[in-house]
Design a protein around this ligand. Sequence first.
Ligand code: A3P
Length: 410
Amino acid sequence: MMALSARLWRLPSRFCASSAVLASKRCLGRVECKSSTLLLVDSRHYNNNGSVNPPCPQRVSSVRGYAQHPTPDAASRNRLMWLVYFSGFIGAFMFFAVIRREFKKYQKKKRGIVEMKIPAFGHRIFICKYKDFVLFDTVGQNIEELERFAVREDDVWLVGWPRSGTTWSQEIIYLIQTGLDFEGAGSAPLDDRFPYLEFQYPGYEAIAKYPSPRLIKSHLPFHLLPGDIHVKKPKIIYIARNPKDIIVSYYHFIRMLLPFRFTGQFPEFFNLFLSDQLPYSPWWKHVREFWEHRNENNILFIKYEDLQKDLRGVIREISQFLGKNLTEEQVEAIAEHCTFHKMKTNHCVNHTWFENLGLKRKGEADFIRKGRIGDWKNYMTAEMSGRVDKLLEQKLGDTDLNFEFSPQEE
Ligand code: A3P
């Protein structure tokens, strides 16, 4: 019994001794005096009868050999320690990053937000689906706060699908609403004077503190606008544009914006639009919702093509809607300020700040690009155009909403 327990004792003690020596040699390269003594004691020889023999001379010398191993400098010990700390830190960081990501995913799912991965955008998750609409991820994350945004009765809202002529309408509305404040229009970027609700700059929290009467732009569909909007009923102007020109204009816009990393060709983008996979899609539903509410007192529905055909007429229509009486000279002055060429070179509206922010891909089209009706004919085949017509018929055919696809002179 004694012999057995002695054998059992010998196994782990030997193992510990040799591993400790090996570890100290490999890692620290130095064995303290105390530890060598301990090793000697631990590696004592046991007889079969369990009595302890004096330490084996060979073992002593070999262990002493370790103990006498040349002492490496303190710097290598420190290096090793830092390596251990650093790996621990990286490991912990990665662990928490994964936990955080999974938790965020879970939270989003709970709120009805579904992440979307589009191969054309390099599988990056930056768009999501919420209540049947595609949104930028940044918008999806704040959608509840946006839905709770406090609307004021004297706000003026401009809503429209991206690339429908919102910038153009914003400048017109700004001038009408401020009594033709050209000085103000020339002294600050449009994003400050007429902020974009769901965009990071200046952000909905800052907009909430803007003094009345506020001008607010949004690309959100009717049912995702702040709930208050349906109670306070501020004036809302909705701008629509024919979908074929929108597809072409949006294609250039997305290519131009670096964060999208989209370098695909037009047919690929065209399919993304038609399959409702682009931010703020589906376009058909976006337009339809506002068309159905167009007769409400606080809503004015305008079209890009009408601005092109009769800019002065639309300026008058907007000013009447906003309760501002303009003289013919004032209408003329606004129209003059808002021509395509003036706006393209006006640094307060042409979004050249995208370049300064490093958001614009070199060599791509400007934000204010061609400004024409019918540019789609340079991009779409007859088959593509037919597919859009078919979808228009399917999705909006039961309404009396129609669009112009060609400039007047054709
Ligand atoms: P194109 O890309 O077809 O040129 P939004 O401001 O909603 O993003 O819309 C941008 C589209 O409106 C662009 O269309 C842009 O050129 C056009 N646009 C902007 N200002 C314009 C103006 N003063 N006259 C005509 N089109 C204008």
